[in-house]
Ligand binder design. Structure first.
Ligand code: ADP
Ligand code: MG
Length: 351
């Protein structure tokens, strides 16, 4: 057989490249909500309201009362890699904002129709403008607006037939969005959150700003969760192995559930850490076998240079320096907290 000629390599169209990249950042409707809500938080909002239609495929609308967007920035707002948060790569070490890559809004315009309404302090009116494929569709139009920004994403994945089909068949994206806002609500207790279906009069999550974490947990997850929680805290300052602070609430022996709920924030970012989750589950199974599916809210703070936030397009997973050491220390704290409470219980039972 004569050797086959190698296929010719060609450059992909920019539009194709952008849509592929966008599909990675925006995997499902809940990814849109996460990015938009994080932008609201970055804009110092105190009230964030979400409306969802058709699981997010028809409409996702997120409104905030934050600092708004300058009129002059609107033309480049949805271009890829435009951001007000990062300028040098080195800044990534100490980034405090949720966003930094200027990719979220751009991505949304490649897979959906984005409309922004915004007003900045001291202005008499706001502006509204729509975007497609990174660019403004028309000059911003003056409009009435209340403080802050509202971003609307319509017809998500209209140009990705396969993605739309798989999502249409799974009815659970709205519950993922509700779950996301519940988590934010428990962590950002100084912000009020709400989420409802389009046309519904009652929200499915609604938190009011408070100073008590336990109140926030109660309003989101209910009394039966809140009354069975114990505070945990740990501060470690051993520069050779681990430097971190952890605080949170963990469920006691009376809390019985079908599955574990783990609400985890690392350096103010909502993340998943399956290794830590598993480690805690193991402690519960060994210490409180009847309550082995706990509720955990945990906030961990590390020196920013110990966390790599840029390992995943969705920023969902972070990698930590000395992860094993930190996990082991948290395991010990949780274990001793569970043992103490269990002994106190047994003791009470005897008297
Ligand atoms: P990033 O958050 O990584 O900067 P985004 O694409 O999410 O990138 O947003 C681009 C920019 O748009 C942000 O840096 C910010 O300046 C502005 N922005 C987006 N959403 C809001 C909002 N709700 N309020 C104020 N400014 C916003
Ligand atoms: Mg962002």
């Amino acid at each position: 057989k004569p050797p086959k000629e190698p296929p010719k390599i060609h450059r992909l169209d920019e539009a194709v490249v952008n849509r592929i990249a966008a599909g990675e950042v925006i995997q499902r409707p809940v990814s849109v909500v996460k990015e938009l809500v994080e932008n609201c938080l970055d804009a110092d909002s105190t009230s964030i309201n979400v409306v969802v239609k058709d699981g997010g495929l028809k409409l996702i609308q997120v409104s905030d009362d934050g600092h708004g967007i300058r009129y002059k920035d609107l033309p480049i707002l949805c271009e890829r890699h435009t951001t007000s948060k990062l300028s040098a790569f080195e800044d990534l070490h100490c980034i405090k904002s949720m966003g930094f890559r200027g990719e979220a809004l751009a991505s949304m315009t490649y897979v959906g129709h984005v409309t922004v309404t915004t007003i900045t302090q001291g202005q008499l009116h706001g502006y509204r403008v729509s975007y497609r494929d990174g660019v403004m569709e028309h000059e911003p139009k003056a409009c009435a607006a209340v403080k802050g920004t509202q971003i609307m994403v319509e017809n998500l994945f209209y140009n990705m037939t396969a993605r739309r089909k798989t999502l249409q068949n799974s009815a659970d994206d709205y519950s993922k969005i509700v779950d996301l806002l519940s988590r934010f609500g428990v962590h950002h207790i100084n912000v009020s959150f709400s989420c409802r279906k389009h046309g519904a009069s009652r929200p499915d999550v609604h938190t009011v700003a408070t100073t008590s974490r336990l109140d926030a947990i109660r309003s989101v997850y209910g009394i039966s969760v809140a009354r069975n929680l114990m505070k945990v805290e740990e501060k470690d300052n051993d520069p050779s192995s681990s430097v971190f602070e952890m605080s949170g609430f963990i469920s006691n022996a009376n809390y019985v559930a079908k599955k574990i709920t783990m609400v985890l924030f690392i350096n103010e970012r909502l993340v998943e850490c399956s290794a830590l989750k598993r480690a805690i589950e193991i402690v519960y199974a060994a210490t409180l076998p009847k309550a082995s599916k706990p509720f955990i809210y945990m906030s961990i703070v590390l020196p920013p240079e110990h966390v790599d936030v840029n390992v995943h397009p969705t920023k969902r997973e972070v990698s930590l320096l000395n992860q094993e050491v930190i996990i082991e220390k948290i395991q010990l704290v949780v274990e001793s907290r569970l043992r103490n409470s269990n002994e106190a219980r047994t003791f009470q039972g005897q008297t």
